[in-house]
Design a protein around this ligand. Structure first.
Ligand SMILES: Nc1ncnc2c1ncn2[C@@H]1O[C@H](COP(=O)(O)OP(=O)(O)O)[C@@H](O)[C@H]1O
Ligand SMILES: [Mg+2]
Length: 276
């Protein structure tokens, strides 16, 4: 039976400011959805809230994975329940190699009862699996010896996320602006990796992007437009073409209420991208 990720009437606030104002989305395993919206519309807020970032406060609504209430779980428990988030800005961890990081992550997800300090998946077994996945993704085995994201190019960071995806095999993967900062060859390579890994594991995929480009390579069956913290429209791939032709101005004109909320968000947080 394929699993369902169900988001209903989700409201999320950051530092007391409401950013998401009632988002509904339903994903099934094996489906590819795109969530498109201009900068500041709340796309990353949705992904962080689903993953359980402590700064993102869910004030109303529900999110369940196969009936399990995600919002009551810690981030690691959400990962164990089958949710994965590829970050827009992956952090580097100097001193921790890609291989070591992945061995811990994979052990924790596959053995949910494991306590910190308990045994990891045996090295030989893990190495073999890692090597196989890297080969499959056309990655140089040396890559696994480097410190996680330390000095990685934009493309390498995203490929490291895809490698994680390949090993963790979540039921649902959220890819937040996976194409940002990548040149066209890297977008293609990373997308092909996502497609292969997702198809093999029968994942549900939510591709978050403000830009149509990556959707030429990871082709969604369902497309949702987020504006001012609300999904204003859902449809098929034709929405991607429409946005490409008409831009977000089309959505702002069609949904003036959401566009007004968007203006208010801008005024409250004019600096745009904020970090923690
Ligand atoms: N940590 C934060 N503190 C305050 N406001 C934030 C924070 N993160 C995001 N915001 C605001 O929330 C809104 C949505 O941001 P975000 O979810 O990052 O949008 P998107 O990913 O669609 O570009 C923006 O107005 C942004 O300025
Ligand atoms: Mg974002």
């Amino acid at each position: 039976m394929s699993k369902v990720l169900q988001i209903e009437n989700l409201h999320v606030a950051i530092a007391g400011k409401e950013i998401l104002k009632g988002v509904d989305l339903t994903l099934r395993q094996g489906e590819v959805h795109a969530l498109m919206g201009p900068n500041g519309s709340g796309k990353s807020t949705l992904s962080y809230a689903l993953m359980g970032h402590p700064n993102y406060e869910v004030t109303e609504g529900t999110a369940t994975l196969d009936g399990v209430d995600l919002l009551g779980l810690e981030p690691d428990e959400r990962a164990k329940a089958g949710l994965f988030l590829a970050f827009q800005y992956p952090t580097s961890i100097p001193g921790v190699t890609v291989a070591n990081f992945l061995r811990h992550a994979v052990t924790n997800v596959r053995r949910p009862e494991r306590q910190e300090g308990h045994e990891l998946i045996p090295m030989r077994e893990f190495r073999k699996e890692l090597r196989g996945e890297m080969e499959d993704l056309g990655m140089d085995p040396e890559f696994a010896r480097r410190y996680l994201n330390e000095g990685f190019s934009g493309g390498e960071k995203k490929r490291a996320e895809v490698l994680q995806l390949a090993l963790l095999k979540p039921a649902f993967a959220i890819l937040d602006e996976t194409d940002s900062g990548l040149d066209i060859d890297a977008v293609r390579t990373v997308s092909e990796g996502v497609n292969r890994v997702a198809a093999r594991a029968g994942m549900g995929v939510l591709v978050i992007t403000h830009y149509q480009r990556i959707l030429n390579y990871i082709q969604p069956q369902f497309v949702h437009i987020l504006l001012g913290g609300k999904v204003v429209e859902s449809g098929g791939p034709e929405l991607v073409d429409l946005l490409e032709r008409e831009g977000y101005e089309w959505a702002r004109t069609k949904y003036p209420e959401a566009a007004k909320d968007e203006d208010e968000l801008e005024q409250r947080a004019p600096s745009g991208q904020l970090t923690f």
